[in-house]
Design a protein. Structure first.
Length: 367
């Protein structure tokens, strides 16, 4: 017979995404209903290191289901086992292991279980706490839909909806002026957002990281499309790269767990297409617009289901598990599974075949 936790803490790590508050809400409500007290940790693991904890009750979570972002705040620079404490005399970062202090704080607060909501980095940061004997359950989140072990993450469907609406809107401008318009979407090294929104938004070409594009083929496709319709719209994933070339890096943040910031390929493609075809081309970068705002109904339901399953795992005495959905059913996987991995679009995915079956190219000669 499992022993239920008496007091749990919940935190959100990494970048924000729609649906985080839905998880916080259901975790709090169901824990309280089971007689478990809930504490919110502000700004991810950084808040745990710095001691920013506050109680969560009905007043704090009622009415947040439709709110974007996270009421607890988040941070993606807060690995407690390698916590940035300053810089040495030559400007190099200095790190310390703050896990022992965090464990002492949790014990002093009477917290015997932890719910961490985040991506692969957050799951990795939680491992020392698992190894120390604390019950930990992970809830995966990312708009990129690239976490290994689960077929979908909340936030993704909202990002796709926003990107689809953007594609719909820019098409009217492209049609009005006879232009080529590229819409760059987020996703890091995975093309899920570009693939789904590109199909939903009837993009004429979709460039994803998993398939290197041939800019000459892109230009040929543009010429054909403009000749037939008068304009064309391309959906470009930020991690897309040309054959034999490299991804476009916007900047590098050395102290971040994910130091490479991609961005700019949409503008590059537009510039090259205009040079090759002589057709006026413009680019739009959606960026963080995809991560903000209220979650769609589908993401509210999915996030609530994920949070509910997290509490079920804790009540069953489980630990070191990450909530997941596989083949449409809720389940859980080892929290270590996503570490250092990205769930990419398989080249034999049904939507890749679908996109090639309609008037949509992938910047190659197959289309």
């Amino acid at each position: 017979m499992s022993i239920h936790p008496k007091r749990i803490a919940v935190l959100t790590g990494g970048g924000d995404c729609p649906g985080l508050n839905a998880v916080i809400r259901v975790v709090t409500l169901e824990a309280l209903a089971a007689g478990i007290k809930v504490v919110g940790i502000e700004d991810g693991f950084e808040g745990l290191v710095e001691g920013r904890l506050r109680p969560l009750g009905l007043r704090e979570v009622v009415g947040i289901l439709d709110e974007g972002g996270t009421i607890l705040g988040s941070s993606n620079r807060s690995d407690p086992s390698r916590y940035l404490v300053g810089h040495d005399g030559e400007g190099r970062p200095v790190y310390e292991d703050r896990v022992p202090q965090c464990l002492e704080r949790l014990e002093a607060e009477g917290i015997d279980a932890l719910v961490v909501i985040g991506g692969d980095g957050t799951m990795t940061c939680a491992q020392p706490f698992v190894e120390a004997g604390l019950k930990v359950v992970g809830v995966p989140k990312t708009i990129d839909n690239d976490i290994e072990g689960t077929e979908i993450t909340f936030g993704f469907l909202t990002a796709v909806q926003i990107a689809t609406e953007a594609l719909d809107r820019v098409r009217t401008t492209a049609d009005s002026h006879g232009r080529v318009l590229t819409v760059e979407v987020m996703g890091r090294n995975a093309g899920w957002i570009a693939l789904y929104s590109g199909i939903a938004g009837a993009a004429d070409q979709i460039l994803i990281p998993e398939l290197e594009y041939d800019i000459e083929a892109v230009a040929d496709h543009v010429r054909r499309r403009v000749a037939e319709r008068g304009s064309t719209v391309l959906c470009v994933a930020e991690g897309a790269r040309p054959k034999g070339g490299q991804q476009v890096v916007k900047r590098i943040e050395a102290t971040s767990p994910d130091p490479i910031r991609l961005g700019g390929v949409g503008n590059l493609v537009a510039h090259q297409v205009e040079e090759l075809t002589g057709i006026e081309s413009r680019s739009v970068v959606l960026g963080h617009l995809l991560r903000g705002g209220s979650p769609t109904a589908a993401d509210r339901v999915l996030a609530t289901n994920f949070g509910h399953h997290a509490i079920e795992l804790l009540l069953a005495g489980e630990s070191a598990r990450m909530v997941a959905r596989q083949n449409g059913d809720m389940t859980s996987v080892d929290m270590r599974l996503p570490a250092g991995k990205q769930r990419l679009v398989p080249l034999d995915h049904s939507l890749v075949r679908t996109a090639r079956g309609v008037w949509t190219g992938f910047g190659d000669r197959v289309s």
